[in-house]
Design a protein around this ligand. Structure first.
Ligand SMILES: *[C@@H]1O[C@H](CO)[C@@H](O)[C@H](O)[C@H]1NC(C)=O
Length: 272
C-alpha cells in the first residue's frame, strides 16, 4: 500500500511541477502608450493568459507593486495618478495562479517614458532639400542646447521612433535615410532623452516635411524595356501563328466531317 501512496504523491508533484513550468508569460502594455507628459495619469495593464490570484508589477528601480484580484478578470491594472519623474522606468509583470503553484515567468519589459515639458524641444534640419528624387540619400540632423542626449527620429503616423542615436560628442545627431523612395515621404520630428534620464523625453520638436518624387527611369532601364518589347512582339507573333494553325486544323477537320456525313447520310443520292 505504501509504494502506491508514494507513487500517487510523486505523480501529483510531477503534474504540479510540469504545470508550473508551462504557465504562459503575461504581457504588459501602457495606456496611453506614449507621449504622456509628467503629471498626467497612466495605466499599466498586465494581460493574463490564465486566471490569476495574484499579480506583481516590478520596476528596474527596485520597488514593486502587488495586487490580489478577482479570479474572473484577465487583466490586472496598475494606475499612476499624476505621474512623477520617479515613475519613469522599465517595468515587468508576473502572476501566480494560486499560492500552491509557482509564479509565471515575467513579461517582456515595457518602458514608461514620460515627457518633461521643461526640456526645450529639439531642432531639426534636412539635407540636401525637402523635395528630392527616388534614390537620394537624405540626412536629418537633430540638435538641442546643452542637454547632450540620445536623439530619437519620429515620423508622423508611426507610433515608434524610426531611429535612435547618441549625440556624437556635441549636441547633434545625424540620421541618414539611404536611397529614399516615395514611401519615405512624410513629416519628421526629433525628440531626445536628456543625459542620465533614459525614461524622460523632451517634447517633440518642429517638423520637416520630406517629399520624394519618383525619378525618371535611368537609361539602362529603357534598354531593358526595349528588350522586353521585342520579346513581347515575338511572343505575340508566335501566339497569332499558333492560333492560325489551330483555326486551320479546325476548318480542315470540319470539312472532313462534312464530307464524311454527306457520304454516309446521302445514301440515296449519287454524289460524284
Ligand atoms: C548613398 O550612400 C551610400 C553609402 O554611403 C553610397 O554608397 C551611395 O553612393 C550614396 N548614394 C548617393 C546617390 O549619393
Amino acid at each position: 500500500m505504501a509504494p502506491l501512496a508514494v507513487n500517487l504523491i510523486l505523480g501529483w508533484w510531477l503534474v504540479a511541477a510540469s504545470r508550473a513550468q508551462q504557465l504562459p508569460r503575461p504581457s504588459l502594455s501602457l495606456h496611453p502608450s506614449q507621449g504622456v507628459p509628467l503629471g498626467d495619469n497612466i495605466t499599466l495593464r498586465c494581460h493574463l493568459p490564465r486566471l490569476a490570484a495574484w499579480v506583481w508589477l516590478y520596476r528596474e528601480g527596485g520597488w514593486f507593486y502587488s495586487k490580489g484580484k478577482g479570479k474572473e478578470q484577465d487583466v490586472a491594472e496598475f494606475s499612476f495618478v499624476s505621474t512623477k519623474r520617479e515613475h519613469a522606468d522599465r517595468y515587468w509583470c508576473q502572476y501566480r495562479v494560486s499560492w500552491s503553484e509557482e509564479a509565471s515567468e515575467k513579461s517582456d519589459p515595457v518602458e514608461l517614458v514620460l515627457t518633461d515639458l521643461r526640456y526645450p524641444p529639439s531642432s531639426i534640419s534636412l539635407h540636401p532639400e525637402q523635395h528630392v528624387g527616388t534614390g537620394t540619400n537624405v540626412t536629418i540632423s537633430c540638435w538641442n542646447k546643452d542637454y547632450g542626449a540620445t536623439f530619437l527620429l519620429h515620423k508622423d503616423g508611426s507610433s515608434d521612433p524610426l531611429q535612435r542615436q547618441d549625440s556624437s560628442g556635441g549636441d547633434t545627431a545625424t540620421f541618414t535615410l539611404f536611397g529614399v523612395t516615395p514611401a519615405d515621404s512624410g513629416t519628421y520630428r526629433c525628440s531626445y532623452h536628456p543625459k542620465n534620464y533614459s525614461f524622460l523625453s523632451a517634447p517633440l520638436g518642429d517638423s520637416m516635411t520630406l517629399e520624394v518624387t519618383p525619378s525618371p527611369a535611368p537609361p539602362g532601364a529603357e534598354l531593358v524595356s526595349r528588350g522586353n518589347l521585342v520579346v513581347a512582339v515575338v511572343r505575340g507573333c508566335a501566339a497569332v501563328l499558333i492560333f492560325g494553325l489551330g483555326v486551320f486544323f479546325v476548318i480542315d477537320a470540319r470539312s472532313l466531317w462534312i464530307r464524311r456525313d454527306e457520304s454516309l447520310g446521302g445514301k440515296g443520292i449519287e454524289w460524284h
